[in-house]
Design a protein around this ligand. Structure first.
Ligand code: PTJ
Length: 258
């Protein structure tokens, strides 16, 4: 029998966390964020963000609800239809799902771009290196030769041939005004956020209310499943998806339980 009491904050390697622990996913997430902070990838504020996410995930039952699964399929269809899809990476995303983001970028032929709220050259480099260690060939965001209009903080800094020129952008884990500014630029936005009331999912074309640890592998699996689908079929999936219904269903699950 596993002695769960020995699974404490002093876990050094994630393999030490027993997979049959009832809070396995949460312990794994916490461990990756702590490690991200130690490596200079994740900002200390990322721990607060993770705490918020974790509370919502607890209320959602720590599972992918049916409307999130629909959103993940719609996201895959959007990314496959896109001419210039870009996946945006911040310090939490880099710590939690680096290899999974590289896999998704490969599955839908998207670029990866580092975009930070607490931007420093050291963190930009550390995250780009971390993504390269997980198989990324080209990492954008370091040039920062363009600006998102109507946004006066560090997240406005983007690559001209990356987020600035993208038609579809995946925006994970940020409750902020960038999503609105990207929306004003006419971009299609896919947002991953466990809080359906956050600003970013509220303006998204596809709000995915799910833990990023589950969401990204699911989007990749749908993209692989749809790899041979023609554009009409992909457009059908996109049109069938209703963002308001998805947000309502997630909020209902959080407020009322099952
Ligand atoms: O790396 P930087 O400098 O760009 O900073 C990134 C953080 C995350 C610190 C910054 O974007 C931030 O402060 O974010 P917020 O405003 O706390 O928003 C993060 C959102 O992500 C919240 O709505 C959380 O509920 C949600 N969230 C946190 N962890 C997860 C999550 N959603 C999905 N999966 C998660 N694991």
């Amino acid at each position: 029998m596993t002695d769960y009491d020995t699974v404490s904050a002093d876990v050094e390697e994630e393999e030490e966390i027993p997979e049959d622990h009832p809070r396995y996913q949460d312990l794994l997430t916490r461990h990756r964020i702590e490690e991200g902070v130690e490596k200079g990838i994740t900002h200390l504020q990322g721990m607060h963000a993770e705490g918020r996410g974790s509370a919502f995930d607890y209320l959602l039952g720590e599972e992918t609800i049916p409307t999130a699964e629909e959103a993940e399929r719609a996201a895959a269809a959007h990314l496959l239809l896109a001419d210039r899809p870009v996946l945006s990476i911040n310090g939490n995303v880099a710590a939690l799902v680096p290899g999974e983001m590289v896999d998704l970028a490969e599955a839908v032929d998207a670029d990866l771009e580092v975009n930070l709220f607490n931007r420093t050259p050291e963190r930009m480099e550390a995250i780009a290196d971390h993504l390269r260690d997980h198989g990324a060939e080209d990492v954008k965001g370091l040039e920062a030769d363009a600006r998102i209009p109507n946004l006066d903080h560090q997240r406005a800094k983007v690559d001209e041939d990356g987020i600035y020129a993208a038609d579809v952008v995946l925006v994970p884990l940020e409750d902020g005004d960038r999503a609105e500014a990207l929306d004003e630029m006419g971009k299609t936005e896919i947002v991953v956020d466990l809080n359906p009331l956050s600003r970013s999912p509220q303006v998204a074309d596809v709000p995915i209310v799910d833990n990023i640890i589950r969401a990204i592998p699911n989007v990749t699996a749908h993209a692989r499943d749809l790899a041979d689908a023609d554009d009409d079929r992909l457009r059908g999936i996109v049109e069938e998806f209703d963002p308001d219904r998805a947000l309502e269903a997630a909020e209902k699950r959080i407020r009322n339980g099952l």
